[in-house]
Design a protein around this ligand. Structure first.
Ligand code: DC
Length: 219
């Protein structure tokens, strides 16, 4: 294995990207970068400040005063840890809206690319293999059926004590899939050189083992 290498994991919402990426990062002793959390952080700030996401000038000035970083696995927005605040259905929707905006993508992609130059990382998102880290040493595209993804998200939110409805989550996921795949800027798609892994019916350990096999096989 090279001294510095990048693993790109893309796929639709709820395919298990962050759970798998976190586990693989721990096995390999490398950093994990959750780019979805960065779009959520911007969505959270846009909402908190009451800014209209369609107002490009307002969005630009908000971005100029925004600092996003990771520290020991925590997502930090302007110095504040916001891990729990960005995992609500409302912020999911806002993250999807802001992620389609050019200035938002430009700023976050710059930060993400810089993170990928200093040390070995595993980064997950929608456009990592196709855009952010086009030359990543390893690329994986994780998928799972809409029903299974909705079921996973439902359990996760219920475990956190949130009052949610399975059908609403299923509809939200289908709608987000549609907008993530059809948006103009860097839509979700499998890179030609990515290995596709369908996780429907697989448990976490099985998927982690598959990813570890892919990484070792590409050595
Ligand atoms: O992975 P997630 O659900 O936390 O992502 C939140 C939103 O951000 C989702 O609508 C897709 C978008 N996103 C993106 O456009 N590009 C990325 N690299 C990561 C996430």
């Amino acid at each position: 294995m090279k001294e510095i290498y990048r693993i790109a994991i893309d796929g639709p919402s709820g395919a298990g990207k962050s759970t798998i990426a976190k586990a693989v990062a721990a096995r390999l002793g490398i950093d994990y970068i959750d780019t979805g959390a960065m779009y959520r952080a911007v969505g959270y700030k846009v909402k908190a400040k009451g800014i209209d996401a369609d107002d490009e000038a307002a969005l630009e000035s908000l971005l100029n005063e925004t600092d996003i970083d990771f520290r020991k696995g925590d997502i930090i927005l302007d110095g504040e840890v916001i891990n729990d605040k960005i995992r609500t259905p409302e912020i999911s929707k806002m993250a999807s809206i802001v992620s389609a905006k050019g200035p938002v993508r430009a700023k976050l992609v710059d930060i993400q690319r810089a993170m990928g130059t200093r040390k070995s990382i595993i980064m997950d998102g929608r456009d990592i293999g196709t855009n952010v880290l086009k030359d990543a040493e390893y690329k994986i595209f994780l998928t799972a059926s809409v029903e299974e993804r909705a079921d996973r998200r439902y359990r996760e939110l219920v475990a956190k004590g949130q009052d949610v409805n399975y059908d609403d989550i299923c509809r939200d996921i289908a709608a987000r899939d549609h907008s993530d795949r059809t948006r103009e800027l860097n839509p979700l798609r499998k890179a030609d050189d990515a290995v596709e892994l369908d996780t429907t019916g697989l448990d976490i350990e099985q998927v982690v083992a598959e990813v570890m096999n892919i990484v070792r096989a590409c050595d």
